[in-house]
Write a new protein. Structure first.
Length: 542
């Protein structure tokens, strides 16, 4: 019957099945195998650990509701051996049935996979396999994740790969010389001039094959480097990785006239939908951002819908543009490495909701990372009262003083976790804590068990989630305690109540908000109300 359906209907059916059911479907009859094999290989997620999706109830990923096929491996045995065996089976399958190489379009790679296995897999796509006097290659390849590995990038863009990396290619990551920030001791061991010069020459030489890319990740400043001048790339996704300013000197020689390019020289900005800003700066300062002209970029990007920052220097002018001018934003992540009181005031100071948030009225997802080394108040709204004469007293009061929260503090936290230094010193009369530092550290331990810390619908965001039995053992060992599952549930609920004011504030001020993540604690909206709930109930995580 399925062989009578149009392909778009079959794809819907395919995506609604678990991967086990998908594989069983291929075995029912030859016509089904012929129809659905292309869907099996079209999008590959080469992952060696379990992952999660929003729709799951058991939190053991089975591939349902995903367009990607994941790497299957034996649950028993040593980890590297399991991964190696699984990848070897996949590679051998493609060698024996090379026509499947034609079906592969997008490849996501786990960071944990062995680089030699990734390169061997990529070699099959690039050089192909002969069968019956025909050569099969990955002619339809659109993207191949390199995990910031320069070897994979170089292999992918070599001139003899032009027939593979064709106009079909849609996503390109240009990695840095190393995955990690470079210390002063290591700075002289890298050939920056050679790196930037090679990228410029290589990319300009093979630009035509990449002229249709829609996704680009780079680790240099394209305004300083002579990069895609007047090319008007029609990117939908751009990820800028901000590196040390000293490295800019290695790029300036590539710009013949010594002047900065303009963003609208490089991009057809009307197409840009997603912008990600990642800082690798060891001492983040807004001054590093000047040459990137990010304010101009955001003002030009009128159609941007997704904006995310990661460990980014706080820049008040940029923040002001985000809050007041990015009117089509649906997904916003704010992660500032050097978070200050200035950010809190700018974002939540007492203006009317209509005046303050009208430009973000379309926001559906909001993720804010606020707890850093210099910021110890998880309940960020308390900073609204910074100038109050009794601020210290107000701050010390528990954000939620319901009976359940008081019970958790007195009977569980005080008696079972903080029964020795550092004490939390709870005042039952004032319902206040002398310090939140110990509690903050406990919350960070609790959050390790939270699925989807960054996104509730991203297949690739989370690895190796703990269950509560593991968390219980971990906390018992860490605090020399004897916690039960009941205790953990109380702490779990207490943590949600602790953030309640912040959650309520956000849902009240952003009418279309469906998903909110504050300091790695995710909640979703209850239907059409302004109330919220945990993304995952405690019982589902036990």
């Amino acid at each position: 019957m399925l062989d009578q359906f149009p392909d778009d209907i079959n794809l819907i059916i395919w995506n609604s099945l678990t991967q086990t059911d998908r594989l069983n479907l291929l075995l029912i009859k030859k016509s089904y195998n012929k129809i659905f094999t292309k869907h099996l290989y079209k999008n590959l997620f080469l992952n060696d650990q379990r992952v999660l999706t929003l729709h799951q109830k058991d939190y053991l990923y089975d591939g349902k509701f995903s367009e990607y096929s994941y790497l299957k491996f034996d649950k028993q045995g040593e980890r590297f051996k399991k991964t190696y065996t699984s990848m070897r089976i996949l590679i051998n399958t493609l060698k024996n049935k090379p026509e499947c190489l034609l079906f592969i379009e997008n490849v996501k790679n786990s960071w944990h996979l062995n680089i030699d296995l990734k390169l061997e897999f990529l070699n099959l796509l690039i050089h192909g396999v002969s069968k019956n006097d025909l050569l099969y290659k990955g002619f339809n390849l659109k993207s191949f994740e390199n995990n910031l590995n320069i070897q994979i990038f170089n292999k992918l863009v070599k001139s003899d790969c032009d027939n593979i990396v064709s106009s079909n290619f849609k996503a390109l990551d240009i990695p840095f010389l190393t995955r990690l920030p470079i210390s002063e001791k290591l700075e002289n061991s890298f050939d920056f001039n050679g790196y930037f010069g090679n990228i410029s020459n290589t990319f300009n030489k093979i630009l035509n094959p990449f002229s249709n890319i829609m996704s680009l990740t780079i680790h240099f400043n394209p305004l300083i480097m002579n990069f895609c001048k007047k090319k008007k790339l029609k990117l939908k996704y751009l990820c800028l990785n901000i590196r040390e300013k000293e490295f800019d000197d290695s790029m300036k020689y590539l710009n013949s006239n010594g002047e900065l390019n303009c963003w609208d020289d490089i991009l057809d900005i009307s197409h840009l939908k997603t912008l990600e800003l990642v800082s690798w700066l060891p001492n983040p300062q807004a001054a590093f951002l000047k040459d990137f002209e990010l304010e101009k970029l955001l003002r030009l990007a009128k159609n941007i819908e997704v904006l995310k920052t990661f460990s980014f220097p706080y820049f008040s002018k940029l923040m002001s543009v985000i809050l007041n001018e990015c009117s089509l934003l649906k997904d916003l992540r704010l992660d500032f490495f050097d978070l200050t009181q200035a950010f809190t005031r700018l974002f939540i100071e007492k203006h009317s909701a209509i005046e303050k948030y009208s430009s973000l009225c379309n926001l559906e997802k909001l993720h804010i990372e606020m707890v850093t080394v210099s910021y110890k108040d998880p309940d960020f709204l308390i900073y609204l009262l910074r100038d109050h004469p009794q601020f210290d007293k107000i701050r010390s009061t528990l954000p939620c003083t319901c009976d359940e929260c008081i019970f958790t503090v007195t009977e569980i936290l005080s008696e079972k976790i903080f029964f020795k230094p550092p004490f939390i010193e709870f005042d039952p009369v004032q319902k206040s804590l002398k310090s939140y530092v110990a509690l903050y550290l406990l919350f960070k331990e609790m959050m390790y068990v939270m699925p989807h810390k960054s996104s509730f619908d991203n297949l690739f965001v989370q690895y190796g989630i703990l269950n509560f039995e593991q968390l219980k053992n971990h906390l018992n060992s860490l605090y020399s305690s004897d916690l039960t599952v009941f205790d953990l549930k109380k702490i779990y609920d207490f943590m949600l109540h602790f953030y309640k004011r912040g959650f309520s504030f956000m849902f009240n001020n952003f009418p279309k908000l469906k998903y909110l993540n504050l300091n790695d604690l995710p909640v979703t909206k209850k239907g059409q109300t302004k109330e919220f709930k945990q993304c995952f109930e405690f019982e589902d995580l036990v």
